[in-house]
Write a protein that binds this ligand. Sequence first.
Ligand code: PLP
Length: 224
Amino acid sequence: MITENVKKLLAEVPEKNSFGEPVTVVAAVKTQHVSAINEAIAAGITEIGDNHVQEFRDKYADIMGEPRRHFIGHLQTNKIKYLIGRCDLYQSVDRYSLAEELSKRSGSAGVVSNVLLQINAGNEETKGGFSFEEAAGACEAIKKLPALNVQGLMAMLPFTDDEGLLRALALKMRALYDELNAKYGNFKYLSMGMSGDWRLCVECGSNMIRVGTTIFGRRITSPK
Ligand SMILES: *Cc1c(COP(=O)(O)O)cnc(C)c1O
């Protein structure tokens, strides 16, 4: 099933978004067994994203095919040390203190870490991230940290059937991305879109989607 799901997804995702940028597919692998992840990779997945440090560590060595590794979940500052040098893109930098510690630890390890700033696009209390209003200030401050490379923005849109609202927020995210990119430069990724809303997000200018359910089916185990 996973093989078919991946092939179908990769066939459906357009090579380029509406801005002519290539669209990167990241498999969201939380709670999935190594065998399932390896099946997805064998079918064509080249980037994987984990939500939990424990899972990232436990599965790390058994994953085949050298995919690019992303971290996409809430990251506790005291757990950064387990990811340093092994994570290709930290997508969920949602507060300045995390960025500061990540830069410090990266510097000590002699690496530069790629990060995205997480934006709380729907202003939801249950989600982390900078508000639209905070984003420019956060970007300016985090850009100055020596061992980080800010590569763009990440957002999770609210779970809602209101397509008008989703579209408005996705376009607002793209506008913010363009604004900050013009000001601070060197952006590569607007990571926005999951199983339920990736088509809309790509239409609105996302160039990186994080897909779990469409590849692996509904999650039955709960995260550790
Ligand atoms: C689980 C998760 C996804 C994927 O969600 P699906 O709806 O299963 O595709 C994407 N991004 C983050 C941050 C996630 O935690």
